[in-house]
Ligand binder design. Sequence first.
Ligand SMILES: Cc1cc2nc3c(=O)[nH]c(=O)nc-3n(C[C@H](O)[C@H](O)[C@H](O)COP(=O)(O)OP(=O)(O)OC[C@H]3O[C@@H](n4cnc5c(N)ncnc54)[C@H](O)[C@@H]3O)c2cc1C
Length: 399
Amino acid sequence: MNKKILISGASIAGPALAYWLHKYGFQPTIVEKSPILRGGGYKVDIRGVAIKVIEKMGLIQEIRQNDTNMRGGTYVNKENKPLATMSADIFNLRSEGDAEVMRGNLANILYHHTKDDVEYIFGDSISSIAEDDDGVIVTFEKGEPRTFDLVIGADGLHSNVRKLVFGDESPFINHLGFYVATFTIPNYLNLDQWELYFHAPEKVVSIYSTKKQAEAKSFFAFKSPLPSYDHHDKEQQKGLLADAFSGVGWQIPQLLMYMDDTEDFYFDSMSQVEMDHWSIGRTVLLGDAAYCGSPASGQGTSMALVGAYVLAGELASSSGDHHLAFTRYESKMRNFVQKNQQLALDLIDDFIPKSKTQIFFRSQMIRLLPYLPGKKLILGKMLDQVEQAANAIFLEDYT
Ligand SMILES: Cc1cc2nc3c(=O)[nH]c(=O)nc-3n(C[C@H](O)[C@H](O)[C@H](O)COP(=O)(O)OP(=O)(O)OC[C@H]3O[C@@H](n4cnc5c(N)ncnc54)[C@H](O)[C@@H]3O)c2cc1C
């Protein structure tokens, strides 16, 4: 009963869920809009209980081998002169045991550990979902209609499943007022496990590389009220980014030149998803689709991994009663999600300084941090908050 499960989205949440569902004897199918597994994206943190989930999946060694092992970063001015330097652990508020991997590498690891046991359909998308007492009839943009027992939307911030079942996304999306973009560039500054940060008022740009021999990544964040932009139209998004950073200086003209040729351009609003409930009937949402924390929380990937573990576990332990499983999944995850979404709201002002004065004081503080008597106090409070949020759920053993 309730064995055939369709998952929309093959990034982090979808494949992680499929891994557990297969382990518990379900038959998961994943449909992914992109014709191939999507690489790209920034470095993402795996923290707290999400590390325990990775351990339970037997993937911890692979994750450690893929750790970015970033050493630190330098704040620079327009002339690329160093203003202050910070270790990576401090900058990312990392605690012992946390991991940081490239999003694309994590997606690849999860795909490779599920592809032989899970049906993957690339290059297609659900076009309708109709439910009756026995199951869900799903039609696709390209493939033939099929019937499943349950449908899971793990298709990100702009979830297609959410739109089809819960309606237009606007009531669920809380725009935090910023946009982010990231794309691969040549490592033309020869960075080696090192990052450069440049700040202008309400703008941040960084360049980093996880190895001297490897390519580098650029990252942009800027403040903007929600413009009407098409989240499928990459050329329009590149235009928005170029306009926002026109005349700002530093390495930006060079980065924008590389943007034209990059293959993994990612652009989105910094937004959170807030919903009163994550399921309707036989459909439930997971990961960013249900509770996106935004890049400012640094916890989107961990929430997706933990959510996948809990949802699959609850389905396995509720003897086919999906209402019970969805209710338990939601009640177990709510507090964890709230605490991790709150991190973004608390940290966003530190992430992107508002004025030249704030930028000046911040670089002075970072420069002086090693000599400040209250160093442990300042950082300790923030570290504690991240650590508490990352561990704010008890993981049941579902096996
Ligand atoms: C290419 C890419 C780059 C990213 N880069 C960053 C980054 O730099 N920083 C950051 O904080 N977060 C980034 N994210 C988001 C980050 O991966 C998530 O916050 C987090 O890992 C939770 O993952 P998720 O699986 O819930 O959602 P997501 O990672 O957003 O994955 C959603 C998946 O659903 C697929 N999808 C979308 N629409 C459909 C549809 N109609 N039918 C089928 N599939 C669909 C998408 O192609 C994607 O593979 C990125 C996501 C992607 C896809």
